[in-house]
Design a protein around this ligand. Structure first.
Ligand SMILES: NC(=O)c1ccc[n+]([C@@H]2O[C@H](COP(=O)([O-])OP(=O)(O)OC[C@H]3O[C@@H](n4cnc5c(N)ncnc54)[C@H](O)[C@@H]3O)[C@@H](O)[C@H]2O)c1
Length: 252
């Protein structure tokens, strides 16, 4: 039980990576606050866990975020862990991308995650907790992939936000780290990856296959647990080798 007695907030917990993370944390003894815009989905996940509560939050709303953290704290105490997994994707050519696309995706993928980090860190400092804040970024924030001008820029911003927060909060022993998943079969990917994108992804990874939600949940568990006690401001790519690879071909 690597998270026994810890309170973890997981955003985007109704589906995909957030759901897998919430389940993994609960299996390791955490009390889990499952937050999502999709309240029915969050309730379904929370009800299947031993010690969890669901809440509705739009991570694009500061008011919602403050209220959700307050309610979570009343139920399970100051959060030890936050995982910002709620996010939206966009596959659109740069020349067709609008200012509105950028503003919407930044609001949810960057500012929402930042506000959770800021507000929970304040409470952790007050409570003297050595917390762990985890942002789910993307390999799209590490490389300039076609169609990802707004999404990739939002994830690159989330990565730098992680590094700055880790720098400023390190003295309080609050760790802020990011995970950069490669492609994992979830609702988001089913919407964003057409046949051409899938074929290109598969060719761009030495493993030649999409990852599993469990891969991301295992990494989140490492970053949430004391095993990563001296890890600050890191971005862990969990991507079948995508971000570290150049040419991929069979060598004789
Ligand atoms: N699946 C992948 O291959 C992949 C790869 C790289 C990064 N990511 C990132 O991982 C995170 C999770 O992605 P996923 O694949 O699980 O997506 P998903 O669409 O399956 O799940 C995302 C969840 O976030 C919730 N959500 C969306 N907007 C919200 C909002 N404004 N407020 C609250 N909740 C909101 C949705 O309701 C949903 O339950 C995202 O940040 C995504 O960018 C995913």
């Amino acid at each position: 039980m690597r998270l026994k007695g810890k309170h973890a907030i997981v955003t985007g917990a109704a589906a995909g990576l957030g759901e897998a993370i919430a389940r993994r944390f609960a299996a390791e003894g955490a009390m889990v606050t499952c937050l999502d815009l999709n309240m029915d989905g969050a309730v379904a996940v929370a009800e299947a866990l031993p010690n969890a509560r669901a809440g509705r939050v739009d991570v694009g709303s500061e008011e919602d975020i403050l209220a959700a953290i307050e309610a979570a704290t009343e139920t399970f105490g100051t959060p030890d862990i936050v995982v910002n997994s709620a996010g939206i994707g966009l596959q659109r050519a740069a020349l067709k991308t609008t200012a509105g696309d950028f503003e919407k995706i930044y609001r949810i993928n960057v500012i929402g995650s930042f506000l959770f980090c800021r507000e929970v860190a304040k409470r952790q400092i007050e409570a003297g907790l050595h917390g762990s804040l985890i942002n789910v970024a993307s390999v799209a924030g590490l490389r300039g992939s076609a169609g990802r001008v707004a999404y990739g820029a939002s994830k690159a911003a989330a990565i730098n936000m992680t590094q700055v927060m880790a720098n400023e909060l390190g003295a309080h022993r609050i760790r802020v780290n990011a995970i950069a998943p490669g492609p994992v079969e979830t609702d988001m990917v089913r919407k964003m990856h057409d046949a051409k994108a899938r074929e290109t992804w598969v060719r761009s990874m030495p493993t030649g296959e999409y990852g599993l939600p469990q891969d991301i949940a295992d990494t989140a568990l490492y970053l949430a647990s004391d095993e990563s006690r001296n890890v600050y401001g890191q971005v862990i790519a969990v991507d079948g080798g995508f971000a570290s690879s150049g040419l991929i071909f069979d060598v004789d």
